[in-house]
Design a protein around this ligand. Structure first.
Ligand SMILES: NC(=O)c1ccc[n+]([C@@H]2O[C@H](COP(=O)([O-])OP(=O)(O)OC[C@H]3O[C@@H](n4cnc5c(N)ncnc54)[C@H](OP(=O)(O)O)[C@@H]3O)[C@@H](O)[C@H]2O)c1
Length: 287
């Protein structure tokens, strides 16, 4: 996995870095869209793209794929310049269901393919020996340029990799300064996969943190920007969500400063055993 600047490519914004993993170049900052719906969603996606975002994260479950497509077309940014991720819900992971759900997601956005197709959560019922080959088939059939997983533990990553005939490029997991994810990160690195950090500003909690604010003041940045920078400096792709246009620029303006070793160490100390925010009843046993 490597971080590179792709400012020279057409349609890409100078200063917006990408993370390369198993053949995919993924913009290091994407727009999260959970809970954004209807006109708000379309407007935020449109404005984000106009401001220079080139990566949008949605999911079948967010009930906003149609709005994401509308925002994309309203922005005037070329489809080929935008990296679009969607995710398939665990009840749709049997091979035929997966194929149907992925095609419906793509159709809702009025696209012909997505850049990244993820399994949203592992299923306790449908084995990976069935889902992963079906996911690979969607890639080879041209419905997804890249494939990956989300909310996978180290054990599940090992199992998924075993069944994959196409590279898995990322594991999208909760990650922010209050949650230590070193085990799952190590497993991803071992398989050349990037880590995509969801809830990267801890649902807004990072913006109120004193240590992050002090480091921010020193760097002329907000606490949220320090939080995102902390993750990016460790190779993460971050997908912060905001419904506020003014925060879109703030959340992508994280490439013109660097946290030093002492600041990184100080932020690492914020991790605590109760730091996890997102849980699901049928979710896996976390590492
Ligand atoms: N794979 C999965 O299972 C999974 C799970 C959860 C999330 N995700 C993805 O990850 C994305 C991000 O995670 P998230 O939505 O849970 O949380 P998040 O991005 O960490 O936080 C979003 C919250 O922070 C606020 N916020 C945004 N920018 C801010 C800033 N600069 N300063 C202060 N507050 C700010 C937003 O409020 P305002 O709207 O008022 O700005 C919103 O309440 C999701 O939208 C989704 O795309 C994936």
């Amino acid at each position: 996995m490597a971080v590179c600047n792709r400012g020279g490519d057409s349609g890409l914004v100078v200063g917006m870095e990408t993370v390369s993993a198993n053949g995919a170049n993924i913009p290091a900052v994407g727009l999260g869209t959970w809970e954004l719906r209807g006109r708000t969603c379309a407007r935020v996606v449109e404005q984000a793209l106009r401001l220079g975002y080139r990566h949008i994260d949605t999911a079948e479950m967010y009930d906003n794929e149609r709005d994401v497509g509308l925002g994309l077309r309203a922005s005037g940014v070329r489809r080929s310049d935008v990296f679009i991720t969607t995710k398939i819900w665990p009840t749709h992971l049997a091979p035929l269901e997966l194929e149907r759900a992925a095609k419906e997601s793509i159709a809702r956005m009025r696209l012909t393919e997505v850049d990244l197709l993820l399994i949203h959560w592992p299923s306790k019922v449908i084995p990976l020996s069935e889902t992963i080959p079906a996911l690979c088939k969607l890639k080879t059939a041209g419905f997804a340029r890249h494939i990956g997983v989300s909310n996978f533990t180290t054990a599940l990553i090992e199992e998924a990799v075993k069944y994959a005939t196409e590279p898995l490029v990322t594991n999208q997991v909760e990650w922010h300064p209050f949650l230590d994810q070193s085990k799952v990160r190590a497993a991803c690195t071992q398989h050349g996969m990037a880590v995509t950090a969801y809830s990267p500003i801890a649902r807004g909690k990072a913006s109120e943190n004193k240590a992050l604010s002090i480091i921010g003041a020193r760097n002329r940045k907000s606490a949220a920007q320090v939080c995102l920078r902390f993750l990016i400096q460790q190779g993460a792709i971050v997908i912060p969500r905001t419904s506020k246009i003014e925060r879109l620029a703030e959340n992508m303006d994280v490439f013109d400063f660097m946290l030093d070793d002492a600041e990184m160490d100080e932020i690492r100390k914020l991790a605590n055993p109760r730091g996890r925010i997102v849980t699901m009843g049928s979710g896996p046993e976390w590492d």
